[in-house]
Design a protein. Structure first.
Length: 436
């Protein structure tokens, strides 16, 4: 076989092994090693295996991943996020569907601390869903609001997906963080608007809140939740003002989370050990997938397959909107079956030459891709967030009910995505403002 045929065979092998549920990081490493061996020789394949782990360890930007993960796990395990839902519930109680809107708002803030959609969905499902069910909310609306708002962890900075996208495409991570802020807030507002309209039209879905907060209850809730805004401001403020790089901001955020937890008396040795273990586990998973993706990028570049695919798609159209539409179809279909990090890193080696040929702004494209990955997290039949919620609730709400509730939010995601594609200024305005 010539190199192009080896490239097609390798790509088919990757998709087949993923369909067999082989871990995607392992798939990318094995296929890349065998493909480079077939295209060149065994010495070259072993050389790549030896070089890639060192490159990752030596890459300063990758150290932002464990720092932000540690920040999120310390904040969660030490109880810095415990008062979010209570505070939002008091602030938004007068809105139709106020508890569901509170879930969206609390999830958006939690996402800014954790950077993980799955962690946000798991935490908020245990806190918010029982409250909504006790208040008489429709179970589909209750679980769907958590499943959808949990995806905000991918878009609202700091986001692990943004860090990986920035590294693999050589795009400014700080600019990506700033670009994700407005789309993240817009997504949350669109979710809330849909909840309010549905609750207004059908009050049985979300009975009005009759309880009135007692004297001082709001101030007590805000005192409990103050550490999280401080943490977010410390991290994002440092990045947006240019004082810190994303990696430095991650380290500062992790340190600030530890200091705040110590000051509140909520950090013990056991909690810190758990947070470190969870951060190490999450980092190892991300790094294995990223190292496999790096090897796969080298393999694809060697075969010339990405350039052939790019030339073919550019032959259909060079209009960026049409290209985005074709990419969106691929991402939505594959997002049903492949986790978000794996899907993004699997496709970037093929997409980068295409985007370069069409002169697409990589910051704008990065936000579009992350929004598409968010859609995949709640799209049946394998919406990861839906399964996370079902597991966290120990099956108390059937999967079909959670998916039914998530479909309404999926429609809102499509609306938000259309706005981001049609109006790039929604993505690029803040990074441009800071650059000037």
């Amino acid at each position: 076989m010539d190199r192009l045929e080896i490239g097609f065979t390798g790509l088919a092998a990757v998709l087949a092994l993923i369909a067999l549920r082989v871990p995607i990081g392992l798939v990318l490493v094995i296929v890349s090693f065998c493909g480079i061996w077939a295209a060149t020789n065994l010495t070259a394949a072993w050389g790549l295996v030896r070089a890639v782990p060192f490159q990752f360890i030596a890459n300063w930007s990758f150290s932002a991943v464990p720092m932000f993960l540690l920040m999120g796990f310390v904040a969660s395990n030490a109880g810095l996020t415990n008062g979010l839902f209570k505070a939002m519930r008091i602030l938004l109680r007068k809105l139709p569907g106020g508890l569901a809107c509170s879930t969206v708002g609390a999830s958006a803030l939690f996402a800014a601390a954790s950077g993980s959609s799955v962690a946000t969905a798991a935490a908020m499902s245990r806190i918010a869903v029982p409250e909504m069910v006790r208040a008489g909310y429709d179970k589909a609306l209750a679980t769907g609001s958590v499943a959808a708002s949990g995806t905000l962890g991918s878009l609202i900075p700091p986001s692990i997906l943004m860090i990986l996208f920035g590294i693999f495409t050589q795009t400014s991570i700080g600019a990506l963080f700033m670009a994700g802020f407005i789309p993240g807030v817009l997504s949350a507002l669109v979710y809330m608007a849909m909840i309010v309209i549905r609750a207004k039209l059908n009050p049985k879905l979300a009975p009005p809140m009759t309880e009135t907060p007692g004297p001082g209850e709001l101030s007590a809730a805000l005192r409990e939740v103050w550490p999280l805004p401080l943490l977010i401001l410390g991290v994002l403020g440092g990045i947006m003002t240019g004082i810190m790089t994303p990696t430095e901001a991650g380290a500062v955020g992790a340190g600030l989370a530890v200091v705040i937890a110590l000051a509140r008396g909520s950090l013990t040795f056991a909690i810190m050990r758990t947070a470190l273990r969870e951060a190490a586990s999450g980092t190892s998973i991300v790094f294995v997938i990223a190292m496999g993706a790096s090897m796969f990028t080298s393999f694809m570049g060697l075969t010339g397959l990405p350039r052939v695919i790019a030339d073919t798609m550019l032959g259909v159209s060079t209009n960026p909107l049409i290209l985005i539409l074709m990419i969106a179809v691929v991402y939505i279909l594959m997002g049903m079956f492949i986790d978000s990090i794996g899907l993004m890193l699997l496709t970037l080696p093929v997409l980068i030459p295409l985007l370069g040929g069409a002169d697409v702004n990589m910051i704008w494209f990065g936000i579009i891709i992350i929004k598409l990955l968010e859609i995949g997290l709640i799209t049946p039949p394998v919406g990861l967030n839906v399964y996370v919620i079902n597991s966290a609730l120990k099956g108390a709400v059937p999967l079909t009910t959670v998916f039914r509730g998530a479909l309404w939010f999926l429609a809102m995601d499509v609306v938000t995505l259309a706005l981001l594609v049609a109006f790039p200024a929604l993505v690029l305005w803040l990074p441009g403002l800071m650059a000037n």
